[in-house]
Design a protein around this ligand. Structure first.
Ligand code: ACO
Length: 429
C-alpha cells in the first residue's frame, strides 16, 4: 500500500493513500487522531471524502457525470427513469424479467392508507408542498411498522424500497392537489410510473389528463438527470440519518428537508422567481449581474455555480435542449426563457464568472420546463425530490449493506470559553 509521510512534532507518520477507479486520490486519515492526536478540519466538507461509493462518478473539471459507469447523456437518450432507478439501486441494468418484476411491485404498492388523506386536508391551503412531502414520507413509516427493523433481510429491504418509490409520487401529487384545493386522484395500474404521476397531478373530475409523448419524455429525462449526484447535501443527509439506523422513511424525509434549501434543490424555484423579477424590472440583466458580483449584496445568481462542477454542468446542457423542444412543441413563447439565455450569455462572458468558473447548474433551466408543463413554482423542488429519490435510496442501501458501517459522527475544534465557574444570580427557589 502506498503512503504519504506526515511530519508532526519531529515525528514521521505514514498516512495510507487510496485511489478510486477513475484515479481520484485520497489520504486515509481514519487512524490520524489515534496515532497523532490531530484531526483534520474541513468546514462544509469541501475537501473531505465521507465514504467509498460505487454509484456515481463526477469529474467536475471535465463536466462528466456517470451512473454506475454509464454516461448521463447516453442514459437520457436510451433509457428510462424506471430503468435508471433500478440501475442506481441494484448496481446493474435490469434484465427484462427483473425490470418487469420491479415495475409490477411499484404498481402493486401505489396506494397510500386512506387515513393519510386527512393529514393533507389539515394543512393550510398555502402550505409549501416540500413541508407536506417531508412530513408525509416520515408519516408513512407509521403505516408500515414491519418495515422499520434496523436489520432487514434483503427481501424486506426491497419491499421497503419499492413501497417508498411508488408511494412518494402519490404523496407528491396529493400535496399538489391540496395546494390547489382539488380532489385527490388515484393511480391507474395500466399507466407507467411517470404517466401515472401526471395523471394524479392533472386529471380532474371533469377532464382526464392524457400524457403527451414529448412532455412525458422531457419529464423522464429531467428525472434521470436528477436521479443521483453522489455526496451532495441531501444525499449526505440521508446517509447521516441512516447511519444511526433510523429507518429509510425517516432518512428520506430528512433528505427532502435538506433538498428544500435555495442553495440546493430549492434553487429551481429561486431561479424562476429571479427570472420573473428581472422580467418585471424591464429585462435588464446587467443590474442583476452587478448585484451578484457585489460582495456587500447577499444576492446570488440563482442556478449558477456548483461545489463540484468547474465547467458547464452536463445536466444543464441536456436540460437546455429539452427546454427548447418542450416550448416549441407546446407553442409557448415564454419571455423567461429568452431572459435566461441572455443572462447566461452575459454571465459567461463576464470576468467575475469566468475567473470563478461559475456556469449554469441543473436548476437553471429545469424550472422553465416545469412551468411550461403547468407545474406551479412551489412544486419544482418536489419534482426534484421525486427524481432524486432512487439516488438517495441507492446511497442508503450501499451504506446499510456495508459490513464496516459506523454511525456518522464528525469532530470539531472547540473555540468557546475556557473552564470557569458557575455564577449564581439567585433564581433558584
Ligand atoms: N452568484 C454569484 N457569485 C457566486 C455564485 C453565484 N451564484 N456562486 C458562487 N459565487 C462566488 C462566491 O461568492 C465566491 O466568490 P469569492 O471567491 O469572491 O468569495 C466564489 O464564487 C466561489 O463560490 P463558493 O460560495 O465558495 O462556492 P460553494 O461551492 O461554496 O457554493 C453553491 C456552491 C452553493 C452552489 C453556490 O455557487 C451558489 O450559492 N449558487 C446559487 C444557488 C444554486 O444555484 N444552487 C443550486 C446548486 S445545484 C444543486 O444543488 C442541485
Amino acid at each position: 500500500m502506498s503512503t504519504a509521510k506526515l511530519e508532526l512534532n519531529n515525528k514521521t507518520y505514514e498516512v495510507p493513500l487510496i485511489e478510486g477507479t477513475e484515479g481520484e486520490k485520497a489520504m486515509d486519515v481514519t487512524r490520524l487522531r489515534a496515532e497523532t492526536g490531530y484531526i483534520t478540519l474541513d468546514p462544509s466538507y469541501a475537501n473531505t471524502g465521507s465514504c467509498l461509493s460505487s454509484i456515481t462518478y463526477i469529474d467536475g473539471d471535465a463536466g462528466i457525470l456517470r451512473y454506475r459507469g454509464i454516461d448521463i447523456a447516453e442514459l437520457c437518450e436510451k433509457s428510462t427513469f424506471m430503468e435508471v432507478s433500478y440501475l442506481l439501486i441494484y448496481g446493474h441494468l435490469p434484465s427484462q424479467e427483473e425490470y418487469q418484476r420491479f415495475k409490477d411491485k411499484i404498481t402493486y404498492h401505489s396506494l397510500i392508507h386512506e387515513d393519510m388523506k386527512s393529514f393533507f386536508t389539515s394543512y393550510p391551503g398555502h402550505a409549501h408542498p416540500m413541508a407536506i412531502l417531508s412530513a408525509m414520507v416520515c408519516s408513512l413509516s407509521v403505516y408500515h411498522p414491519q418495515l422499520l427493523k434496523p436489520d432487514q433481510t434483503d427481501e424486506e429491504r426491497d419491499e421497503t424500497i419499492t413501497r417508498l418509490l411508488s408511494k412518494v409520487r402519490v404523496l407528491a401529487a396529493f400535496a399538489y392537489k391540496r395546494s390547489v384545493g382539488r380532489a385527490f386522484v388515484y393511480t391507474k395500474p395500466e399507466l407507467d410510473y411517470l404517466s401515472n404521476f401526471m395523471h394524479m397531478m392533472f386529471t380532474t373530475p371533469i377532464q382526464p389528463y392524457v400524457a403527451d409523448e414529448v412532455i412525458r419524455k422531457a419529464l423522464d429525462v429531467l428525472f434521470i438527470l436528477h436521479a443521483d449526484h453522489e455526496q451532495n447535501c441531501s444525499t449526505s443527509t440521508v446517509r447521516m440519518v441512516g447511519s444511526s439506523k433510523a429507518n429509510l422513511f425517516a432518512a428520506i424525509s430528512a433528505g427532502i428537508c435538506a433538498l428544500w434549501g435555495p442553495l440546493h434543490g430549492g434553487a429551481n424555484q429561486a431561479v424562476i422567481e429571479m427570472l420573473e423579477a428581472i422580467n418585471k424590472d424591464g429585462g435588464s440583466y446587467k443590474k442583476f449581474i452587478d448585484k451578484a458580483k457585489d460582495k456587500s449584496d447577499p444576492f446570488k445568481l440563482m442556478g449558477f455555480g456548483h461545489r463540484v462542477y468547474k465547467n458547464y454542468d452536463p445536466r444543464a446542457q441536456i436540460i437546455k435542449k429539452y427546454c427548447d423542444k418542450v416550448l416549441d412543441h407546446l407553442g409557448i413563447n415564454d419571455p423567461i426563457l429568452e431572459i435566461a439565455k441572455g443572462l447566461e450569455e452575459a454571465a459567461l462572458t463576464d470576468p467575475y464568472f469566468i475567473e470563478r468558473k461559475l456556469y449554469p447548474n441543473v436548476d437553471f433551466y429545469s424550472g422553465i420546463i416545469y412551468r411550461a408543463m403547468r407545474i406551479p413554482t412551489n412544486m419544482f423542488t418536489v419534482m426534484f425530490a421525486l427524481g432524486r429519490l432512487p439516488g438517495w435510496i441507492a446511497h442508503w442501501k450501499e451504506m446499510i449493506e456495508d459490513p464496516g458501517m459506523k454511525i456518522a459522527r464528525p469532530r470539531q475544534i472547540y473555540t468557546g470559553e475556557g473552564h470557569h465557574n458557575y455564577v449564581d444570580i439567585g433564581i433558584r427557589p
